[in-house]
Design a protein around this ligand. Structure first.
Ligand code: NDP
Length: 375
């Protein structure tokens, strides 16, 4: 009854109502890998707003966030996003479908969707509070979706959106970088070998930056192959020593966290607008632990005091966050189809092997991305 669709798609809409269930991997409570359950009876997604599209999933990328969310990470914040008025009972998010990356085909468009048509091949990063891509179908807002690069298979395309939109949000929106201002910049990526790092290296090299990365010794050749100019092995000893010996940086992207922020900001060029952007923040832990209001207050106080502490030394301290964005993916598609960025798929799994795919991501030491082939 809530299906809002174009006349062209009405027959899809009607058929989707008939197909009111679909195969998916779900969780019914938070926990370890045992909570993952395959079902043929997950609810078929419904278009509730006229700007939404239903995508048939061909491939789904996994991220460390999926493992964390399986364990309950971010549950408080995401409940608020799903149910801002707090009307529903706790646990109403279950059965929950994980999976933040999707590559697939548009099945149905809402009335206001102008940019897509049925059967378009698309890719997207899915907001964390929405049902994910480890399912046959997923519903998304049109502005979260983008046409998939023609040069990539669905499996390859599903390796990119979440890490790419995170890197875009951190480097472009928060870090102020663009294709036009990178040529003379020195960038340091702490943690270059994972999903975000392998994407960020390629994007920054395409924009002409000088890129230094840290990684373990056995990833050095791999990252040089993606374009890294200077590679520092963190397993050989504290990286701050070799990094202090080289010219200072214009921007640092921190994918590692922990004690890095105690020394990394000293590696920035002071009084030049240089920024340290970290992706490892206590934002969701604070709200999980303290509730939304107190957690937000604590977060604001923490980030505020750090910003001021570093500002007086002439450098900028920032937190970076994943931000779903179809328009950012449109720009990234151009770079992919121009051969400037390639997907780095480390391992693929079939739809029946989703628990094994989670185990792989949970082990860490990623060298690129883990992707599940759905159909
Ligand atoms: P991955 O798991 O894909 O990659 C992490 C990489 O870091 C691995 O290759 C690992 O390999 C390497 N690594 C581990 N320890 C170090 C170290 N001390 N120095 C250098 N490299 C190290 O993660 P992602 O790339 O997807 O994400 C990176 C981080 O960013 C994660 O902490 C993630 O939670 C966070 N993130 C935050 C987001 C936000 O919205 N704030 C969004 C996306 C990601 P090895 O151990 O073999 O060295």
């Amino acid at each position: 009854s809530q299906c809002v669709s174009t006349s062209v798609s009405r027959r899809f809409c009607a058929s989707s109502r008939q197909m009111s269930v679909m195969p998916a991997w779900v969780i019914d409570n938070y926990g370890n890998n045992d909570v993952l359950r395959f079902t043929k009876n997950a609810s078929f997604p419904v278009i509730n707003y006229p700007n939404e599209v239903i995508v048939k999933v061909f491939a789904a990328g996994l991220n460390p966030l999926d493992v964390s969310m399986r364990g309950g990470y971010g549950a408080a914040t995401m409940s608020m996003q799903r149910d801002p008025l707090n009307i529903k009972q706790s646990g109403s998010e279950f059965p929950l479908i994980l999976g933040r990356d999707v590559s697939g085909v548009i099945m149905e468009c809402g009335l206001d969707v102008k940019y897509f048509r049925e059967r378009d091949e698309v890719w997207a990063a899915i907001p964390s509070w929405k049902q994910g891509s480890l399912a046959e179908f997923v519903v998304l807002s049109g502005n979260e979706v983008s046409h998939k690069p023609k040069s990539l298979s669905h499996t390859e395309a599903a390796a990119i959106p979440y890490v790419a939109t995170t890197a875009w949000s951190a480097l472009v929106n928060t870090g102020g970088l663009s294709k036009d201002n990178c040529a003379k910049k020195r960038i340091l990526i702490l943690g270059g070998s994972g999903g975000v790092g392998t994407f960020a290296i390629q994007m920054l090299k395409a924009w002409g930056a000088h890129v230094t990365v840290t990684c373990s010794q056995n990833a050095e050749q791999f990252l040089r192959g993606l374009g890294a100019d200077h590679v520092v092995d963190y397993t050989a000893g504290p990286v701050e020593e070799p990094l202090s010996a080289v010219e200072k940086f214009d921007l640092i992207l921190d994918n590692v966290g922990g004690d890095t922020e105690h020394w990394a900001l000293n590696l920035l060029k002071p009084w030049s607008g240089a920024k340290y952007v970290t992706l490892v923040t206590p934002f969701l832990q604070n709200t999980d632990r303290m509730g939304i209001a107190d957690g937000m207050m604590k977060t604001a106080a923490t980030v505020g005091s750090k910003v001021v502490k570093h500002l007086v030394k002439g450098v900028h301290y920032r937190w970076g966050f994943f931000a779903p964005s179809g328009p950012a993916l449109d720009e990234i598609r151009e770079m992919v189809d121009a051969g400037q960025i390639r997907p780095v798929v480390e391992e693929t799994f079939s739809f029946s092997q989703v628990p094994q795919a989670f185990e792989k991501v949970e082990k860490g030491h990623a060298r690129g991305k883990t992707v599940v082939q759905i159909s």
